[in-house]
Design a protein around this ligand. Structure first.
Ligand code: ATP
Length: 240
Protein backbone atom coordinates (compact mmCIF):
# COMPACT_ATOMS: atom_id res chain seq x y z
CA UNK A 1 0.00 0.00 0.00
CA UNK A 2 1.33 3.40 -0.85
CA UNK A 3 1.57 6.18 1.65
CA UNK A 4 -1.02 8.86 1.02
CA UNK A 5 -0.61 11.18 4.00
CA UNK A 6 2.44 11.41 6.20
CA UNK A 7 2.90 13.84 9.06
CA UNK A 8 6.24 13.96 10.81
CA UNK A 9 7.25 16.02 13.79
CA UNK A 10 4.28 18.29 13.20
CA UNK A 11 4.02 21.20 15.62
CA UNK A 12 1.23 23.77 15.48
CA UNK A 13 -0.65 26.04 17.81
CA UNK A 14 -2.75 29.09 18.44
CA UNK A 15 -0.72 32.01 19.76
CA UNK A 16 0.94 30.67 22.88
CA UNK A 17 -1.07 27.43 22.96
CA UNK A 18 0.81 24.45 21.52
CA UNK A 19 -1.89 22.14 20.15
CA UNK A 20 0.37 19.76 18.17
CA UNK A 21 3.73 18.88 19.64
CA UNK A 22 5.75 16.65 17.35
CA UNK A 23 2.95 14.61 15.81
CA UNK A 24 3.87 11.61 13.64
CA UNK A 25 1.19 9.73 11.79
CA UNK A 26 0.36 8.34 8.39
CA UNK A 27 -2.53 7.10 6.32
CA UNK A 28 -1.97 4.64 3.49
CA UNK A 29 -4.02 4.52 0.31
CA UNK A 30 -7.24 2.61 0.96
CA UNK A 31 -6.98 2.68 4.75
CA UNK A 32 -9.63 3.65 7.28
CA UNK A 33 -7.81 5.33 10.16
CA UNK A 34 -9.38 6.72 13.31
CA UNK A 35 -8.02 9.47 15.57
CA UNK A 36 -9.03 9.20 19.21
CA UNK A 37 -8.06 11.18 22.25
CA UNK A 38 -9.39 13.31 25.06
CA UNK A 39 -10.77 16.82 24.56
CA UNK A 40 -8.05 19.22 23.56
CA UNK A 41 -5.64 16.46 22.44
CA UNK A 42 -5.20 18.07 19.03
CA UNK A 43 -7.46 15.98 16.79
CA UNK A 44 -9.26 18.91 15.18
CA UNK A 45 -6.01 20.85 14.93
CA UNK A 46 -4.45 17.95 13.02
CA UNK A 47 -7.17 18.12 10.37
CA UNK A 48 -7.10 21.92 10.22
CA UNK A 49 -3.35 21.87 9.68
CA UNK A 50 -3.54 19.25 6.94
CA UNK A 51 -6.29 21.11 5.09
CA UNK A 52 -4.41 24.39 5.46
CA UNK A 53 -6.71 26.31 7.80
CA UNK A 54 -3.81 26.52 10.21
CA UNK A 55 -0.10 26.88 9.38
CA UNK A 56 2.24 24.52 11.21
CA UNK A 57 5.11 25.94 13.23
CA UNK A 58 7.43 23.12 12.23
CA UNK A 59 7.44 19.57 10.91
CA UNK A 60 6.53 18.00 7.60
CA UNK A 61 3.29 17.11 5.85
CA UNK A 62 3.36 15.03 2.72
CA UNK A 63 0.26 14.18 0.72
CA UNK A 64 0.26 12.07 -2.44
CA UNK A 65 4.00 12.53 -2.71
CA UNK A 66 3.86 16.32 -2.43
CA UNK A 67 5.15 18.60 0.28
CA UNK A 68 1.97 20.29 1.56
CA UNK A 69 3.96 23.31 2.76
CA UNK A 70 4.33 24.16 -0.93
CA UNK A 71 0.62 23.77 -1.73
CA UNK A 72 -1.66 26.70 -0.86
CA UNK A 73 -4.71 25.79 1.24
CA UNK A 74 -7.12 26.62 -1.60
CA UNK A 75 -5.34 24.19 -3.92
CA UNK A 76 -5.44 21.25 -1.53
CA UNK A 77 -9.01 20.09 -2.35
CA UNK A 78 -8.05 19.80 -6.03
CA UNK A 79 -5.06 17.72 -4.95
CA UNK A 80 -7.48 15.23 -3.40
CA UNK A 81 -7.82 16.39 0.18
CA UNK A 82 -11.41 16.34 1.39
CA UNK A 83 -12.34 17.78 4.78
CA UNK A 84 -15.71 17.64 6.51
CA UNK A 85 -15.12 19.97 9.45
CA UNK A 86 -16.84 19.75 12.81
CA UNK A 87 -20.26 21.36 12.67
CA UNK A 88 -20.86 20.40 9.02
CA UNK A 89 -20.85 23.90 7.51
CA UNK A 90 -23.19 23.34 4.63
CA UNK A 91 -24.79 26.34 2.93
CA UNK A 92 -28.15 26.64 4.73
CA UNK A 93 -29.85 28.94 2.22
CA UNK A 94 -29.04 26.72 -0.73
CA UNK A 95 -30.85 23.54 -1.70
CA UNK A 96 -29.39 20.07 -1.36
CA UNK A 97 -28.60 19.99 -5.09
CA UNK A 98 -26.97 23.42 -5.00
CA UNK A 99 -24.80 22.35 -2.07
CA UNK A 100 -23.68 19.30 -4.02
CA UNK A 101 -22.88 21.40 -7.10
CA UNK A 102 -20.76 23.72 -4.94
CA UNK A 103 -18.84 20.70 -3.68
CA UNK A 104 -17.74 19.90 -7.22
CA UNK A 105 -16.22 23.33 -7.69
CA UNK A 106 -12.64 22.85 -6.40
CA UNK A 107 -11.78 20.38 -9.11
CA UNK A 108 -13.26 22.53 -11.91
CA UNK A 109 -14.85 19.51 -13.53
CA UNK A 110 -16.97 19.84 -16.61
CA UNK A 111 -20.70 20.07 -16.02
CA UNK A 112 -21.37 16.57 -17.36
CA UNK A 113 -18.89 15.14 -14.89
CA UNK A 114 -20.33 17.17 -11.99
CA UNK A 115 -23.84 15.98 -12.90
CA UNK A 116 -22.70 12.37 -13.09
CA UNK A 117 -21.08 12.59 -9.67
CA UNK A 118 -24.10 14.34 -8.22
CA UNK A 119 -26.35 11.50 -9.44
CA UNK A 120 -23.94 9.02 -7.89
CA UNK A 121 -24.19 10.83 -4.54
CA UNK A 122 -27.98 10.78 -4.70
CA UNK A 123 -27.75 7.03 -5.33
CA UNK A 124 -25.44 6.49 -2.35
CA UNK A 125 -27.55 8.74 -0.10
CA UNK A 126 -31.17 8.15 -1.17
CA UNK A 127 -32.39 10.42 1.63
CA UNK A 128 -30.71 13.34 -0.12
CA UNK A 129 -32.44 12.43 -3.37
CA UNK A 130 -35.81 12.63 -1.62
CA UNK A 131 -34.89 16.08 -0.34
CA UNK A 132 -32.98 17.40 -3.32
CA UNK A 133 -34.81 20.73 -3.59
CA UNK A 134 -35.12 21.33 0.15
CA UNK A 135 -33.04 24.13 1.69
CA UNK A 136 -30.06 22.61 3.48
CA UNK A 137 -30.78 24.71 6.59
CA UNK A 138 -34.01 22.79 7.12
CA UNK A 139 -32.48 19.29 7.02
CA UNK A 140 -32.32 17.14 10.14
CA UNK A 141 -28.94 16.73 11.83
CA UNK A 142 -28.34 13.34 10.25
CA UNK A 143 -29.37 14.51 6.79
CA UNK A 144 -27.18 17.60 7.09
CA UNK A 145 -24.22 15.41 7.99
CA UNK A 146 -24.86 13.17 4.98
CA UNK A 147 -25.01 16.28 2.78
CA UNK A 148 -21.72 17.53 4.19
CA UNK A 149 -20.11 14.18 3.38
CA UNK A 150 -21.69 13.94 -0.07
CA UNK A 151 -20.56 17.48 -0.83
CA UNK A 152 -16.99 16.63 0.10
CA UNK A 153 -17.19 13.48 -2.06
CA UNK A 154 -18.26 15.58 -5.08
CA UNK A 155 -14.66 16.67 -5.44
CA UNK A 156 -13.59 12.99 -5.67
CA UNK A 157 -11.10 13.21 -2.79
CA UNK A 158 -8.27 10.71 -2.42
CA UNK A 159 -8.50 11.20 1.35
CA UNK A 160 -11.66 12.13 3.21
CA UNK A 161 -11.07 13.66 6.65
CA UNK A 162 -14.12 13.73 8.90
CA UNK A 163 -14.18 15.60 12.20
CA UNK A 164 -16.66 14.06 14.65
CA UNK A 165 -19.47 13.46 12.18
CA UNK A 166 -21.52 11.71 14.86
CA UNK A 167 -21.68 14.78 17.09
CA UNK A 168 -25.24 15.56 18.14
CA UNK A 169 -26.81 12.64 16.27
CA UNK A 170 -29.17 10.12 17.83
CA UNK A 171 -27.65 6.61 18.24
CA UNK A 172 -29.61 5.14 15.31
CA UNK A 173 -28.45 7.95 13.04
CA UNK A 174 -24.87 7.42 14.16
CA UNK A 175 -25.14 3.74 13.20
CA UNK A 176 -26.58 4.69 9.81
CA UNK A 177 -23.81 7.22 9.22
CA UNK A 178 -21.06 4.78 10.16
CA UNK A 179 -22.70 2.23 7.87
CA UNK A 180 -22.28 4.67 4.97
CA UNK A 181 -18.65 5.33 5.85
CA UNK A 182 -17.91 1.63 6.00
CA UNK A 183 -19.52 1.03 2.64
CA UNK A 184 -17.66 3.92 1.03
CA UNK A 185 -14.45 2.37 2.33
CA UNK A 186 -15.21 -1.30 1.62
CA UNK A 187 -17.00 -0.96 -1.71
CA UNK A 188 -15.39 2.12 -3.22
CA UNK A 189 -11.97 1.94 -1.63
CA UNK A 190 -12.27 5.43 -0.12
CA UNK A 191 -9.38 6.37 2.18
CA UNK A 192 -10.74 7.80 5.43
CA UNK A 193 -9.27 9.65 8.40
CA UNK A 194 -11.94 9.94 11.08
CA UNK A 195 -11.90 11.88 14.34
CA UNK A 196 -14.37 10.24 16.66
CA UNK A 197 -15.32 10.31 20.33
CA UNK A 198 -17.25 7.07 20.12
CA UNK A 199 -14.11 4.96 20.44
CA UNK A 200 -15.68 1.55 20.50
CA UNK A 201 -17.68 1.90 17.29
CA UNK A 202 -14.88 3.71 15.52
CA UNK A 203 -12.31 1.03 16.38
CA UNK A 204 -14.60 -1.66 15.04
CA UNK A 205 -14.78 0.14 11.68
CA UNK A 206 -11.19 1.24 11.33
CA UNK A 207 -8.16 -0.63 10.01
CA UNK A 208 -5.90 1.35 12.32
CA UNK A 209 -6.02 4.05 14.89
CA UNK A 210 -4.06 6.59 16.89
CA UNK A 211 -4.75 7.90 20.36
CA UNK A 212 -3.52 11.49 20.68
CA UNK A 213 -2.58 13.07 23.96
CA UNK A 214 -1.28 16.60 24.34
CA UNK A 215 -0.60 16.99 20.65
CA UNK A 216 1.30 13.78 19.99
CA UNK A 217 0.63 10.08 19.47
CA UNK A 218 0.29 8.22 22.77
CA UNK A 219 -0.84 4.83 21.43
CA UNK A 220 -1.19 3.42 17.92
CA UNK A 221 -2.22 0.09 16.46
CA UNK A 222 -4.82 -1.81 14.52
CA UNK A 223 -8.43 -1.36 15.53
CA UNK A 224 -8.35 -4.71 17.33
CA UNK A 225 -5.05 -3.94 19.08
CA UNK A 226 -6.32 -0.65 20.38
CA UNK A 227 -9.51 -2.20 21.69
CA UNK A 228 -7.36 -4.67 23.68
CA UNK A 229 -4.90 -2.03 24.91
CA UNK A 230 -5.23 -1.40 28.66
CA UNK A 231 -4.40 2.31 28.23
CA UNK A 232 -7.17 2.71 25.69
CA UNK A 233 -9.54 0.72 27.85
CA UNK A 234 -8.69 2.89 30.84
CA UNK A 235 -9.32 6.08 28.88
CA UNK A 236 -12.60 4.85 27.43
CA UNK A 237 -13.70 2.73 30.36
CA UNK A 238 -17.09 1.20 29.90
CA UNK A 239 -17.23 2.13 26.25
CA UNK A 240 -15.29 -0.71 24.66
P1 ATP B 1 -12.07 18.00 21.12
O1 ATP B 1 -12.22 16.52 21.22
O2 ATP B 1 -12.49 18.71 22.37
O3 ATP B 1 -12.66 18.59 19.87
P2 ATP B 1 -9.40 18.13 19.94
O4 ATP B 1 -8.56 16.93 20.23
O5 ATP B 1 -10.01 18.22 18.61
O6 ATP B 1 -10.49 18.27 21.09
P3 ATP B 1 -8.21 20.67 19.35
O7 ATP B 1 -9.50 21.35 19.00
O8 ATP B 1 -7.30 20.31 18.26
O9 ATP B 1 -8.49 19.39 20.23
O10 ATP B 1 -7.46 21.61 20.40
C1 ATP B 1 -6.13 21.38 20.82
C2 ATP B 1 -5.72 22.51 21.77
O11 ATP B 1 -5.70 23.77 21.09
C3 ATP B 1 -6.66 22.70 22.95
O12 ATP B 1 -5.89 22.98 24.09
C4 ATP B 1 -7.50 23.89 22.54
O13 ATP B 1 -7.95 24.61 23.68
C5 ATP B 1 -6.55 24.70 21.72
N1 ATP B 1 -7.24 25.48 20.69
C6 ATP B 1 -8.01 24.98 19.70
N2 ATP B 1 -8.49 25.97 18.91
C7 ATP B 1 -8.01 27.13 19.42
C8 ATP B 1 -8.14 28.51 19.05
N3 ATP B 1 -8.84 28.89 17.98
N4 ATP B 1 -7.51 29.41 19.84
C9 ATP B 1 -6.77 29.04 20.91
N5 ATP B 1 -6.61 27.76 21.31
C10 ATP B 1 -7.20 26.82 20.57
Amino acid sequence: MSRLLELSGLTAGYGGVRALDGLDLHVDEGEFVVLLGPNGAGKTTTMKTVSGLLKPVSGQMRFAGQDLAKVAAWRRPALGLGHVPEGRQIFPDHTVLENLALGGFPTRRRKAETDRRRDEMLEIFPRLAERSSQLAGTLSGGEAQMLAIARALMAAPRLLMLDEPSLGLAPLKVAELFGYLKRLHDERGLTILLVEQQASTALRLADRGYVLERGRVAVEGTGAELREDPRVQAAYLGQL
